[in-house]
Design a binder for this molecule. Structure first.
Ligand code: SF4
Length: 477
């Protein structure tokens, strides 16, 4: 097990980032005397030789797309190397543990996974595979171990075996593109939004990663050519002082490096005083999970904000000079036709067209196994059976036009992305399509400044075409 390549770590997709889910366990396993090989199949081939050499293949599943790709990779591993132990680790591994253990996996590790993965490697190294041995944090068909929820003895992620940052997403600004790096200053989340996959695993807990370790990782990535850092914390302001200290230290050492972070609306309102400083420290944009503007939908999702709060958060960020990049769950069982049209109008009226990746208008609510949505207070009449291979419960909208529209918007957005269509053109097409399918006239746009009819034939306000900093990889999850 300690031979080079006897452990194979595989990542399949991490939103265009160099996978921290490889770099972090790689460091912990090396500290334990192992020499894993790593492959990120989003940018490199998973070679037959690497699979055949491995005794333990550990596949990262931090999100839905990664998990689906990981299942395919596991099937290939099983076919080529039937005696290799296949382990899935990460958020979606936990949620789909039963399906994985019944189909392609020998074990599953959730929560804070690095040390449990190292313990699994130790067990396989010393005792060969023995089903009677339980490894803390490692769930198998025989042992129902819970996800690890304690602060680990982290190691500085090791990225030397990974493709260089220039292989991955770039920050795109008006006048330049900059290779983007990725760190996490914390994991888990203090909040328990019903639709969020973090909720059933972390249950409102979060763990900070030690500041020196995060800064060391940033240093290594900047030395490798990164000029922008994405803080991939589920929410950057779960530990505001910790996060602020990190970006202050980063700015002091690398004043030219910008950053982005994900911050919920509630936290923007609660911590409004810190945004001017974040802007001065190089915050290029803030991703915020707005999800919906409908009070009914927001209540089902337990988001903890209202439509008025979204407006207030936009104002706070505007005043600080930080663009918000809102994300949405555009289609839920509770989203009415009027709700959908309202979001499009809101985006246009507040000059946010360039702030939103068009895929956001096609996102359909996922309901993974263990989801807190299954406890919805109004019952789950909307819920269909679990589609294990799709990793989600099925559901149908009470208004069939909404399901049909979701499919059409999805196709429209994918075609537009393939043709590199400008965002305002795609936005106008979505608005037109939605109005036609939902039987309303496309309303005339009114910009935030109040001027009517300031359009150029696409139906979108000209002044909405301000380029907004963004990553070259759109937000798919
Ligand atoms: S605040 Fe964000 S990360 Fe936290 S539970 Fe809600 S959706 Fe998930």
């Amino acid at each position: 097990m300690r031979d080079p390549g006897a452990i194979l770590l595989v990542a399949c997709y991490e939103l265009g980032h160099q996978p921290l889910s490889l770099a972090s366990p790689l460091a912990v396993l090396r500290r334990g005397g192992f020499s894993p090989a790593v492959v990120d199949t989003s940018v490199a081939e998973l070679a037959d030789e690497a699979i055949i050499r491995a005794r333990l293949v550990a596949i990262s599943a931090p999100m839905h797309t990664a998990m689906r790709l990981g299942v395919h990779a596991a099937a290939r591993v099983r076919a080529l190397n039937p005696t290799a132990h296949i382990c899935f680790y990460g958020l979606y591994a936990t949620l789909n543990a039963e399906y994985l253990l019944r189909s392609v996996a020998d074990s599953v590790i959730g929560g804070e996974y690095e040390e449990a993965l190292a313990s699994l490697a130790e067990m396989l190294d010393t005792s060969r595979e023995d089903a009677s041995i339980a490894v803390p944090g490692v769930r198998t068909r025989e042992h129902m171990e819970a996800p690890v929820l304690r602060r680990l003895d982290f190691a500085v992620p090791e990225r030397d075996a990974l493709p260089p940052p220039q292989t991955y997403a770039y920050l795109v600004r008006v006048d330049e593109v900059v290779p983007a790096g990725y760190v996490e200053a914390s994991r888990g989340c203090l909040h328990t939004c019903a639709h969020c996959p973090i909720t059933p695993v972390y249950g409102g807990r979060f763990f900070v990663v030690p500041r020196p370790l995060v800064l060391e990782d940033i240093r290594a990535q900047v030395c490798a050519g990164v000029g922008h850092i994405t803080f991939g914390d589920p929410d950057f302001l779960n530990g505001p002082r910790h996060s602020l200290e990190i970006v202050r230290a980063m700015h002091a050492e690398f004043p030219w490096v910008t950053f982005d972070a994900t911050i919920k609306v509630e936290h923007i309102l609660e911590r409004r005083e810190i945004f001017p400083e974040l802007a001065a420290l190089g915050c290029a944009f803030v991703v915020s999970a707005v999800e919906s503007l409908s009070e009914g939908v927001l209540s089902h999702l337990k988001k903890g904000h209202t439509r008025a709060d979204v407006l207030a958060a936009l104002r706070i960020l505007d005043d600080a000079g930080i663009p918000m990049r809102p994300t949405f769950v555009a289609f839920t069982p509770w989203t009415t036709a009027q709700d959908y049209l309202d979001v499009l109008d809101f985006i246009a009226e507040h000059d946010l067209v360039e702030h939103v990746d068009p895929i956001q208008y096609a996102i359909r609510l996922l309901v993974p196994p263990e989801s807190a949505l299954l406890d919805d207070r109004d019952g789950t009449m909307w819920l269909g059976p679990l589609d294990e291979a799709a990793l989600s419960y099925t559901w149908a909208h009470p208004d069939p036009r909404m399901d049909a529209l979701q499919c059409e918007v999805q196709v429209l957005v994918e075609c537009a992305a393939n043709q590199r269509e400008p965002i305002p053109v795609t936005f106008a097409a979505i608005r037109q399509l939605a109005a036609e399918r939902l039987g309303v006239r496309v309303p005339e746009l009114v910009g935030a400044g109040g001027g009517r009819g300031d359009t150029d034939g696409t139906g979108v306000l000209r002044r909405a075409r301000r380029p907004v900093p963004h990553l070259s990889e759109p937000w798919f999850c």
